[in-house]
Write a protein that binds this ligand. Structure first.
Ligand SMILES: [Zn+2]
Ligand SMILES: [Zn+2]
Length: 251
């Protein structure tokens, strides 16, 4: 019995010591600079066919069929959204893919913060646009530049990989519908993505950090938030990896 009491005392002592180690030391500059945001105000902007989201604690889980809400030559020809290519790229050529319903589930934090170790983005979905279509990074298969793939982007600058429709660059349907400076979606680290214009000025890579974002006020976050911008030049959406910690994506 005495031994048991002694062990309990030790356990309590260890817990007390480890808890006090977790306390935020406000004189630590690393911690002072770590700002945590709350992205829950923008969730209601996610509207699309086969798109839903659910909040669990401080995480949000999006489930999407990844179906664009706009026309494309990649829809099956009997779909009402099927439309022949009518964009401006003289080198346009259709790839062999087509738009098909997916089951992609993205879980991410509602309270994003800068990661200590920034992770690279991978091939495949890295985030979700407000219409439920997934974002891909600035590389084609084999981590090749997009140079060749760009010629298969449809009139709204998306295209499928097999049956998975996605945007690597500005989704012009969304900027036409909501504005060049509008909220376009989220990367899986929970940080928002905005269009190529801010306060009437076109954003270029030189306005952004190596992850392709910066901190500033937006219409949705008047107190300021770290956010990515889609620009008209490579790397378009994300630069050198996630600014925050990416969540989980299954497909
Ligand atoms: Zn692609
Ligand atoms: Zn900005």
């Amino acid at each position: 019995m005495k031994k048991l009491k002694y062990i309990s005392f030790l356990v309590i002592l260890i817990l007390t010591v480890s808890c006090s180690n977790d306390e935020v030391k406000t004189d630590d500059p690393e911690i002072i600079n770590k700002t945590t945001y709350d992205i829950s105000p923008i969730l209601t902007k996610f509207v699309g066919t086969g798109l839903s989201y659910e909040v669990n604690g401080n995480n949000v889980t999006f489930t999407t069929q990844d179906l664009p809400d706009h026309t494309s030559p990649y829809w099956p020809t009997d779909n009402t959204l099927y439309e022949e290519y009518n964009g401006t790229n003289a080198d346009w050529r259709q790839n062999p893919g087509s738009i098909g319903a997916q089951n992609i589930v993205l879980t991410m934090t509602l309270n994003p913060a800068e990661a200590t170790n920034h992770q690279a983005t991978g091939l495949g979905p890295i985030g979700i646009a407000r219409n439920g279509v997934v974002f891909f990074n600035q590389y084609a298969a084999g981590n090749e530049p997009l140079t060749g793939e760009i010629n298969s982007f449809d009139q709204w600058l998306g295209h499928p990989a097999m049956t998975t429709y996605h945007y690597h660059i500005e989704p012009t349907w969304l900027t036409k519908t909501y504005g060049n400076d509008a909220f376009l979606g989220l990367l899986s680290d929970g940080f928002p993505v905005y269009g190529p214009v801010e306060d009437g000025k076109t954003i270029t890579n030189s306005d952004l950090d190596s992850y392709h974002g910066h901190v500033g006020a937006t219409t949705d976050f008047p107190n300021g938030i770290y956010h990515y911008h889609i620009t008209g030049e490579d790397p378009y959406l994300n630069g050198n990896g996630y600014y925050g910690t990416p969540g989980n994506i299954t497909r």
